[in-house]
Design a protein around this ligand. Structure first.
Ligand code: V0V
Ligand code: CO
Length: 140
């Protein structure tokens, strides 16, 4: 079902500060930045490697407001790993296959994600406490 780990999402209070930290520590390069109003985030993608169907990245996420998903997470748990995103060949297919197994989908239909991808989230309570994102990368 999964092609690769597309990204690990990290909740940050200050995006610029964490971009500086991750690029200095791990020599990673920022390859994309975006404000995603629908998801309530300002985000940056730091490239790690290329894999089947797309790349793999660290995604740094700063909330646009306190009542957004990342804003609430920061208040409750502080900075750190927020979600794990898996690359899939077809996000709508993956959503239906997984929901048939009783996992709650947080999205009824795919949403716009980073770098032109299509994304959907699975409820963390149905995935062992891990907020899980499905990513269909944009065609290259
Ligand atoms: C909440 N919970 C988590 C969690 N956030 N568990 C693991 N990882 C997380 N990130 C737990 C929380 O502790 C509660 O457990 C329970 O889930 C319900 O949480 P809540 O605080 O009552 O509810 P909310 O309102 O905070 O909602 C949580 C969910 C929400 C996961 C439903 O954050 C959501 O819809 N997320 C999907 C969208 C998203 O995260 N977008 C930002 C990334 P207890 O305390 O009851 O045990 S955008 C992105 O990645 C993009 C654009 C991209 O990749 O391209
Ligand atoms: Co993400």
């Amino acid at each position: 079902m999964f092609l690769r780990i597309d990204h690990i999402g990290i909740a940050c209070r200050d995006l610029e500060e964490k971009i500086e930290l991750f690029s200095r520590l791990f020599e990673l390069e920022v390859v994309a930045r975006e404000v995603n109003e629908e998801q309530g985030v300002k985000e940056a993608m730091l490239h790690i490697a290329d894999g089947e169907g797309g790349g793999s990245y660290i995604q740094l996420l700063e909330p646009l407001s306190d009542d957004s998903p990342v804003g609430k997470f920061l208040a409750k748990r502080g900075e750190g790993v927020h979600h794990v995103a898996f690359g899939v060949p077809d996000v709508a297919d993956a959503m239906s296959q997984i929901s048939e197994k009783g996992v709650r989908l947080l999205d009824e239909r795919p949403r716009h994600g980073s770098m032109g991808s299509e994304i959907a989230f699975l409820h963390p309570k149905d995935v062992g406490g891990m907020l899980t994102e499905l990513v269909q990368a944009a065609k290259r």
